[in-house]
Ligand binder design. Structure first.
Ligand SMILES: Cc1cc2nc3c(=O)[nH]c(=O)nc-3n(C[C@H](O)[C@H](O)[C@H](O)COP(=O)(O)OP(=O)(O)OC[C@H]3O[C@@H](n4cnc5c(N)ncnc54)[C@H](O)[C@@H]3O)c2cc1C
Ligand code: SF4
Ligand code: SF4
Length: 400
């Protein structure tokens, strides 16, 4: 078991250009040493000290931040046994372990009018909130202060969950909202996020805090550090991952390209989708299309350090891979499958076999492979550090 340090995190992740801006390190820092500034963790405790100095880490020991960083230490494929143990009914594809893959679509017209693909994510949240399975959900919602941008939000009602439907293609550090959920006293939160947000959420849940007892600190330090390391994981009862290749920079794609070059005021943008090209839906009903390669010029470079396309550690992963109006849904854990099946039994979802979505399966496999291979191997590491030594060759899809 590796226990990376704050110094390693600031050098091998932040300075190396690999930090995905999830903010989880800032969320769990027990001693207010780092803050989330311009999307990155920044040492704010000692102005005269270097960016990679933490007095607590070097004094009594801590490094809670580095244990949960998705770019350091154990990777998704190292955690699959803990999240999805091999057992009858669990299959393994290039895209991680799962029980079933289906195409699904919710039946609620209000959700369908706002959602990205088949509205499965929002329908899951609404169902969980209605039935008391969740007392809140962490989502990304439109930021009133910044047009065409999302901000992390905790929703506790069905109308607010529906208002948060659809995808924003700029980064939104949803993990930071777990602090709000904790302050609100929530105990059963459904966490929605892209893969680099699901991984740190799982790390919080799985990490063994025993390493904190290093013989150099008082019990009150151990208690505080343990609470921050583990506490936010205890309030997460379900994770929904969104398939993700990359996000775009706000300054580049939104301000420079859309507003500057294409003359689309950002206040007029209703929503986006990506289906081989970028689709920009305007509030006046007009649809503007943009070549995906042009948009990719504004892709965030940090995303190319991410090898997990399909949120392999989520309870349920959802994407729109090559499908219009249907959510390609990977039911991974037993909890995720039971939640989904309960909704189907109540007539809340339409479900189709992946036999009818052959192309989506092909795209899912192709993008998963491409994404794994793109991750740079940091100096001094082996490729094993960023990708598994071998892949399963044939994805076994029991629904086919
Ligand atoms: C940044 C991003 C990139 C994506 N890239 C791909 C891709 O390459 N291929 C693919 O198949 N699918 C991708 N998806 C997933 C896809 O866009 C849909 O979210 C998914 O198919 C679920 O559709 P739905 O109708 O069921 O979701 P909905 O019911 O519309 O719910 C969508 C949920 O996404 C949350 N959300 C919106 N924006 C963000 C954000 N920026 N960060 C975190 N959460 C957010 C909302 O809060 C909402 O809960 C991406 C999603 C995002 C957010
Ligand atoms: S080592 Fe501990 S105190 Fe220092 S930045 Fe990380 S979490 Fe905060
Ligand atoms: S935890 Fe997230 S925000 Fe912090 S350094 Fe790692 S990737 Fe960056």
């Amino acid at each position: 078991m590796e226990h990376p340090t704050f110094k390693q995190m600031m050098n091998e992740v932040v300075a190396y250009g690999s930090c995905c801006e999830c903010g989880t390190c800032v969320l769990v820092c027990p001693h207010n040493v780092i803050d989330y500034i311009d999307g990155k963790p920044k040492q704010v405790a000692k102005a005269t000290a270097s960016f990679d100095f933490c007095g607590i880490s070097e004094g009594i020991g801590c490094d809670v931040c580095a244990q949960v960083c998705p770019r350091l230490g154990i990777r998704e494929f190292d955690m699959r046994d803990a999240v999805l143990p091999r057992e009858p009914g669990v299959y393994e594809g290039l895209f991680g372990r799962y029980r079933r893959i289906v195409a699904a679509r919710c039946k609620d017209p209000e959700i369908l009018a706002r959602c990205q693909d088949g509205g499965v994510v929002t329908a899951l949240l609404c169902h969980g909130l209605r039935e008391g399975l969740f007392d809140g959900a962490v989502v990304s919602a439109a930021d009133e202060a910044m047009p065409a941008a999302p901000k992390p939000k905790v929703v506790t009602t069905v109308p607010d969950a529906i208002a948060s439907a659809s995808s924003w293609y700029t980064y939104c550090p949803n993990n930071l909202a777990l602090a709000d959920a904790d302050r609100m006293g929530l105990k059963q939160v459904c966490f929605v996020g892209v893969p680099c947000q699901i991984t740190p959420t799982r790390k919080i849940q799985l990490v063994d805090p025993a390493f904190l007892d290093n013989g150099r600190k008082k019990p009150k330090h151990i208690e505080r550090q343990t609470k921050f390391l583990k506490g936010f994981g205890e309030i997460v009862s379900c994770t929904i991952g969104l398939l993700c290749t990359e996000v775009f920079t706000y300054e580049g794609l939104m301000v420079q390209k859309l507003q500057g070059e294409m003359g689309i005021p950002l206040t007029e943008v209703k929503k986006f989708n990506v289906k081989g090209k970028v689709l920009i839906y305007k509030k006046d009903g007009a649809l503007v299309e943009m070549n995906l390669h042009r948009a990719q010029e504004y892709a965030r470079p940090e995303c190319h350090h991410c090898g997990d396309f399909s949120a392999e550690l989520a309870d349920i992963s959802c994407g729109g891979v090559a499908s219009m109006d249907w959510t390609i849904t990977l039911l991974r854990t037993k909890k995720g499958e039971e939640l989904f099946d309960d909704m189907v039994a109540r007539g809340l979802l339409d479900v189709r076999s992946m036999d009818e979505f052959e192309n989506s399966m092909k795209v899912l496999i192709r993008l998963t492979k491409k994404q794994r291979e793109r991750v740079p191997v940091p100096p001094g590491r082996t490729p094993r550090y960023v990708r598994p030594e071998s892949y399963p060759t044939v994805p076994a899809d029991p629904s086919r």
